[in-house]
Ligand binder design. Sequence first.
Ligand SMILES: [Zn+2]
Length: 162
Amino acid sequence: MGDEYGEYWTQVIYKRKEKLFNPIRQNYGHIQALKQNLQEYPELNYVPIIVFSINADLKIKTNTRVIYTVKLLKTIKEFTAETITEQQKEEIYSKLLALNVRDKEVRTQHVEGIHKKKADVANQVSANICPKCGGELIMRKGKYGDFTGCKNYPKCRFTISN
Ligand SMILES: [Zn+2]
């Protein structure tokens, strides 16, 4: 559920409500990025289309096309006016492809960074070292039972929930 301008939309999946970033605003950001990368083609016409998998129950008030996957091809085919030549189309395609490959590399590095960080934390914890401050991890008694926490509490509030 959502509209054009709010920061979030809500999505109900199996009766559970979830907040998601307004895809129209995200899409706007993507189009800005495309324009940035395709500055030498000012004649390009950008048409935002938001596509949802069939699971989503759409109740959306907007001028932007918000559709289900099954309608995607049909929706694209509504746009028949040709504003660029076949050669420009090829150029743009290879340019976007190259950008996408570069983006993927950056994303992979980012994800690897996250994995590495998690592994580091796990290694430190298994050696009873607090990954936050380097202090010693000790067993503590809490209201709800024993838990592992940092010896430097309350200065450092690192704990492990068992
Ligand atoms: Zn600590």
